[in-house]
Design a protein around this ligand. Structure first.
Ligand code: ZN
Length: 116
């Protein structure tokens, strides 16, 4: 399931850490079910959409539903989307690794961060 040249040690570490979706917090499943809903399946995620950042701070796992909703959106923009609002996802509910990314990038980003 790992096509992103994530080193094995990092893959293992992140799998251990992220048992639940880093965004919405649901319990994820490892395998695509043969039928039925797939939204809870675990996927690999670059928190900041930059495939060159392969670190424990930027590689995380989230569910299919969050991954497909986030797509190529910036974390800041996505976290204010209707998807997140509807599910009560915000800077206080996300996993620690995402909070950290928001903190770091808040310093780098010059735009005002309304609601984040
Ligand atoms: Zn999710």
């Amino acid at each position: 399931m790992n096509n992103w040249e994530i080193p094995i040690w990092l893959e293992k570490e992140v799998q251990e850490r992220d048992k639940t979706c880093v965004y919405c917090g649901i319990q994820m499943i490892e395998q695509m079910p043969p039928r039925g809903p797939r939204k809870n399946v675990a996927t690999w995620e670059h928190i900041i959409n930059d495939a060159s950042i392969v670190s424990r701070e930027n590689i995380a796992r989230c569910c299919v539903a969050c991954n497909s909703s986030k797509g190529s959106k910036k974390l800041f923009d996505w976290i204010q989307s209707s998807y997140c609002k509807k599910r009560g996802i915000n800077k206080d509910t996300v996993a620690e690794v995402v909070k950290e990314a928001l903190r770091v990038h808040a310093k780098l980003d010059i735009r005002p961060l309304e609601g984040v």
